[in-house]
Design a protein around this ligand. Structure first.
Ligand code: OGA
Ligand code: MN
Length: 284
């Protein structure tokens, strides 16, 4: 049986909401092809009103690449339990004073998951379980549109540049990023071409791009500040207000994401799987 899905844009910047599909069930091949095509085109897909288990979410994620299966310490389950392999909970809920999930509290600056690795995650899936009444929106920024909107002069300037990225999620502002030399780091081209669509992206983010290789500190910060401000302009950004049952997948190659602040007094819980390029080395 093939199904007819309903597609609605989420914003002018990016994203589509997909209805008419129950992801507790296997998706037929024709629909899988359609979803892959929609994903490449819209960069962010939201499937509202889902009632999926972790296994359903893992099967969904597998349509888009190799689901990362490492044991995560914040999986919410027995570490050796296969059902929770690869799961990461994103939550501010605490047990005995300790968060049960990762990325527990408040605002987060724009970033792209896995940018600190040589092989960043291709995509991330997040399923909303408990959502605060206000705040805690996820912001998605279209890095392809941001690239397209650069002046020809700026395009030329950034074309061949390379960046150093770092994983320092504890940093609250750029002033303190990367003070610890042992943090994980990688190098990436500042402009990346999407392997499916051939579109170019500005691969930079306020949280994870530490510097431009070969530039002195002030020169690097000045150009990066200009590019961050550009890439975060409201015309490129969609703010996702979560509803429990939303399953969202985003493309880390063509988008950045951030999170708005929310209160400690309300619980927030989402379940996350990342997806890698099948050609990337195992270990994500
Ligand atoms: C993530 C992330 C944002 C959010 O899971 O990688 O950045 O809204 N989450 O919790
Ligand atoms: Mn993230």
């Amino acid at each position: 049986m093939t199904i007819t899905i309903n597609i609605e844009p989420l914003s002018d910047a990016l994203g589509a909401a997909i209805r008419g599909i129950d992801l507790r069930q296997e998706v037929d091949e024709r629909t899988q092809d359609e979803l892959q095509e929609l994903f490449a085109r819209h960069c962010v897909l939201c499937f509202p009103d889902q009632k999926i288990s972790a296994e359903d979410q893992r099967r969904f994620a597998a349509m888009f690449g190799r689901v990362d299966g490492g044991y995560r310490s914040k999986s919410g389950g027995d570490l050796k339990e296969s059902a929770t392999r690869g799961v990461m909970l994103v939550s501010n809920i605490r047990k005995d004073g300790k968060p049960i999930g990762s990325l527990p509290d408040g605002e987060m600056m724009f970033h792209s998951d896995g940018a600190h690795r040589e092989f960043p995650y291709r995509a991330t899936t997040l399923f909303g379980i408990r959502i605060p009444s206000t705040g805690g929106n996820t912001l998605f920024a279209n890095l392809q549109a941001a690239y397209d909107a650069l002046s020809p002069k700026m395009r030329k300037r950034v074309e061949t540049l390379e960046t150093q990225t770092v994983y320092d999620y504890a940093a609250q502002d750029r002033g303190t990023i990367g003070e610890d030399p042992t943090l994980p780091r990688a190098r990436h081209p500042l402009v990346k071409t999407h392997p499916v669509t051939d579109r170019k992206s500005l691969y930079i983010s306020r949280l994870m791009t530490e510097k431009i290789v070969g530039f002195d500190h002030d020169e690097s910060e000045a150009l990066l500040a200009e590019l961050f401000d550009h890439a975060e302009k409201s015309e490129f950004v969609y703010s996702h207000k979560w509803t429990p049952g939303d399953l969202v997948i985003w493309d880390n190659r063509s988008t950045n994401h951030a999170r708005t602040d929310f209160s400690d007094d309300e619980q927030r819980l989402l379940r996350r799987y990342t997806i890698s390029d099948p050609a990337a080395p195992l270990g994500n």
